[in-house]
Ligand binder design. Structure first.
Ligand SMILES: NC(=O)c1ccc[n+]([C@@H]2O[C@H](COP(=O)([O-])OP(=O)(O)OC[C@H]3O[C@@H](n4cnc5c(N)ncnc54)[C@H](OP(=O)(O)O)[C@@H]3O)[C@@H](O)[C@H]2O)c1
Length: 319
């Protein structure tokens, strides 16, 4: 299978490059080599490469900056998606694209399923919704994965931001009235690869169309910050590795006390019934967070010269 991956330098794109590799030849041009704002070049690139699958992880993702750069955000998040979909339809290629929980205003107080009517609260959400609609209306074979609160150990995201604050010795004021499911990029990438493989093999249970995809459970940003530092507190080696001298004070604030350029929706939990019905198991956000942070742990005790690798001794009290 030949796969075209866009946005490979991003949080999700980086993980997709790894996860898609076992499925075939992955072509991952850089932003400079394939700028999505050039729709003519984009269509020509797809027509020349003739991929079986296009995975679009590129997007204009700076939510606050989108408020004053609506034209560019619309070009990348919507117009380019329409152009990709048209090129894929001509080749009968599958287009995998990512939507966001920010297409909702977060005011209903219940998890959003795939039938819920979007109503974005900010420009970023409007441009992403326009991209979703361009894809859904295109007639091309597609998988539209709607994801929430993405993070990874790369690039700009909440986990890296709070760790940087703690490293600087700052106390944290974190919003405690916005709620959803933080989801690591590696999990989205792995499930994407499963789904693409199932679709390729014609698996009856393979979902196409719109599918919510996030971790299970939910929390506020404040609870998420507490969980991050609770994990770090249990692993002094991790703290040392990250250069954090002590756990910071973490104070909850309301969205009103923490104004942002773009308004943020309050409750964007996604209903996962369709994902479960497809036989896929979403990890709990806490388990996924612990696994993500453990990737930062120092390597195990080095092997003695000429000998076998030894396991580090379990901590006292471990069964
Ligand atoms: N972050 C979240 O919390 C979140 C939540 C829900 C959904 N999503 C969605 O998930 C997807 C992946 O997000 P992410 O956080 O992984 O994004 P990211 O880390 O911001 O990466 C975006 C990628 O898009 C590339 N890009 C931007 N403009 C481009 C253009 N004009 N032409 C070509 N490439 C361009 C960037 O290239 P550079 O190397 O130049 O930066 C980068 O590789 C997006 O569709 C996003 O809307 C994100």
């Amino acid at each position: 299978m030949r796969i075209l991956l866009t946005g490979a330098s991003g949080q999700l794109g980086w993980e997709l490059r790894r996860a898609l590799l076992p499925l075939g030849e992955v072509h991952a041009p850089s932003h400079a080599a394939l700028d999505l704002r050039d729709t003519v070049g984009l269509r020509a690139h797809i027509a020349a490469l003739r991929p079986d699958t296009v995975v679009n992880a590129a997007a204009f993702t700076t939510v606050d900056r989108a408020e004053s750069n609506a034209e560019e955000a619309m070009a990348v998040n919507a117009t380019a998606v329409g152009a990709m979909a048209a090129a894929c339809r001509e080749l009968d290629a599958l287009l995998v694209h990512y939507s966001t929980d920010y297409v909702f205003d977060g005011a209903t107080g219940a998890p959003y399923d795939e039938q819920a009517e979007p109503a974005p609260a900010n420009v970023y959400g409007h441009t992403k919704l326009a991209g979703d609609r361009a894809l859904l209306d295109s007639g091309c074979r597609h998988l539209l994965l709607r994801i929430s609160w993405l993070y990874s150990l790369r690039r700009r995201n909440f986990v890296r931001a709070v760790i940087a604050q703690a490293r600087a010795g700052n106390a944290l004021r974190v919003v405690g009235d916005q709620r959803s499911a933080p989801t690591p990029a590696w999990l989205i990438a792995d499930i994407t690869a499963h789904l693409v493989d199932r679709i390729r093999r014609g698996d009856r249970r393979a979902s196409t169309g719109l599918l919510n995809l996030s971790c299970s459970g939910d929390c506020t940003w404040h609870e998420f910050a507490l969980a991050i530092f609770s994990h770090l507190g249990r692993h002094p080696a991790l703290m040392r590795n990250l250069g954090i001298a002590s756990i910071p004070r973490i104070e909850p604030v309301t969205s009103g006390e923490y104004p942002t350029v773009a308004p943020r929706p309050l409750d964007t939990r996604l209903a996962l019934g369709r994902l479960l019905a497809a036989g896929l198991h979403p990890a709990s956000w806490r388990d996924a967070l612990d696994l993500t942070l453990d990737a930062l742990l120092p390597a195990e005790t080095p092997a003695p010269a000429g000998g076998k690798r030894t396991q580090a001794a379990p901590p006292a009290g471990t069964p």
